[in-house]
Design a protein around this ligand. Structure first.
Ligand code: ZN
Length: 455
């Protein structure tokens, strides 16, 4: 497939919620370039576009690629046939391609059944989709789960079609094959897992969701360089049928997943938006909210609703995993959503970098959210003698660090985690966590592990 509308110059500067202190550094640029490479591929719920996309991701992380055969039962669904698209066009009576898939993937309704015949404009029009309010943008449409075909066009393109007969061709096939998804597991000290999910089925659309794939790829690459406590699992799969397939295959081991996030819409200039898990008060909900509260930008929080992205599956009642959704603009919350204007001009290295930093900050909270026991609970221990307390000063200027020491000592009764203490004290998590490290190093705390033993 040829590159289409790949704009590598004139990239809009990130505005909105991007802190000016966050520069479009090397990593942001690397994610942007990764997106630019994946952008021309024609992805769908099955087929070559997804495989080629995962092959690019695999250049950065050792992804395991799984193929699930057509016809496999996955909960109430069935893995669909594989869609292969070779060409598609509408030609006028002069043989000129007035609609051409080779100009833009979005021109073909995704998963269209093949067609090749001549028809009058009136009949063709019932298969054409445009956006009258955005007359220069091509909409994104799919025909999953019911057999049909169609073309998406700019409204100006539609208005330019004159009466007459048109040769209509969608050179595609729908055949038994497989559904392809990618998975990467980063083992940690414990079996408890943090799951990240990015959807892979959208064709030439950048923010939704090549940005999610790019940030997930780089987050995975980052986490594999660390000695982490949690194990981390990244799943790159299709919206709906991909997450349902993955959940069905992994149903017996979902109890290992302790926290998770749906990764999408991470490249635009909008502020971060967090959609809570179905549970609403899971540790992941609290960890993300803490990180967002301490960024210096506005953000939005949405309560759980059973529509949107793959939280629909991960938070279905029988699954009910503690997974939220962390995006920049919410899905459907920006005019370019699901149109050809969701291109490289909509996203920026700075926004991608900021999204990556927010995700890493969340993983840092999860990693350091320990539970301790105060070994000197009979009145306060003498901190000054241990070099933990300032030598002079009055209550009026007691610093956040000293507050944190006192809060950690007071609430480290084996019941409260550092995130509990952080919320109760109204301090920053990293301040509380650093205080706990100092107290632990001084022998005043013992860590309580969820499985019993302590150190
Ligand atoms: Zn979408």
């Amino acid at each position: 497939m040829q590159a289409k509308n790949v704009a590598t110059d004139n990239v809009k500067n990130a505005g909105g919620g991007i802190s000016p202190s966050v520069s479009a550094d090397t990593l942001g640029q690397e994610m942007f370039e990764l997106i630019a490479r994946m952008y021309p591929l024609c992805r769908s719920i099955t087929g070559a576009g997804v495989r080629e996309t995962l092959a690019i991701v695999k250049e950065h992380i050792p992804l395991e690629v799984h193929e699930v055969p057509t016809g496999t039962a996955v909960f109430d669904w069935t893995v669909p046939r594989e869609w292969t698209i070779r060409d598609a066009y509408v030609k006028d009576r002069n043989g000129v391609r007035v609609i051409d898939f080779k100009q833009h993937n979005l021109h073909v309704v995704g998963y269209s059944v093949p067609v090749h015949r001549t028809m009058p404009l009136a009949e063709l029009k019932s298969h054409l989709f445009s956006l009258p309010d955005q007359p220069d943008w091509i909409p994104y449409r799919t025909a999953y789960y019911h057999e049909s075909w169609g073309f998406c066009v700019t409204h100006n393109q539609l208005l330019g079609l004159v009466d007459g007969d048109y040769e209509v061709c969608i050179d595609a096939s729908l055949e038994a094959g497989s559904l392809t998804y990618g998975e990467y597991f980063v083992p940690g000290e414990i079996e408890d897992e943090v799951l990240f999910f990015a959807h892979t089925c959208h064709p030439s659309l950048c923010n939704d969701n090549l940005a999610g794939i790019a940030v997930a790829t780089m987050l995975a690459r980052h986490l594999r360089t660390l000695k982490s406590r949690y194990s981390y699992r990244f799943v790159f799969a299709q919206s709906t049928i991909g997450s349902i397939t993955w959940l069905s295959i992994n149903a017996a081991r979902l109890q290992r997943i302790k926290h998770g996030l749906i990764m999408a819409v991470l490249g635009d200039a909008g502020n971060m938006t967090y959609k809570k898990s179905r549970r609403g008060d899971a540790v992941i909900d609290r960890a993300v909210l803490h990180v967002l509260q301490h960024k210096r930008e506005p953000y939005s929080v949405l309560e759980f609703l059973p529509h949107g992205y793959d939280e629909r599956q991960f938070c279905s009642p029988g699954i009910n995993l503690p997974m939220g959704r962390l995006t920049r603009s919410p899905n459907g919350g920006y005019p370019e959503y699901h149109t050809s204007a969701d291109n490289l001009d909509l996203i920026s290295p700075a926004a991608l970098q900021d999204s990556f930093s927010t995700y890493t900050a969340v993983t840092e909270v999860l990693e350091r959210n320990r539970r301790y026991l105060n070994l000197n609970p009979m009145c306060e221990p003498q901190l000054g003698r241990r070099g933990l307390y300032r030598k002079t000063g009055s209550y009026k200027d007691i610093g956040a660090r000293e507050h944190a020491l006192l809060w950690v000592l007071n609430l480290s009764d084996g019941e409260h985690t550092l995130l509990d203490i952080t919320e109760r004290a109204g301090l920053r998590f990293d301040t509380v966590s650093a205080a706990a490290d100092d107290l632990h190093a001084s022998g005043l705390l013992r860590e309580i592990h969820s499985h019993g033993e302590s150190t």
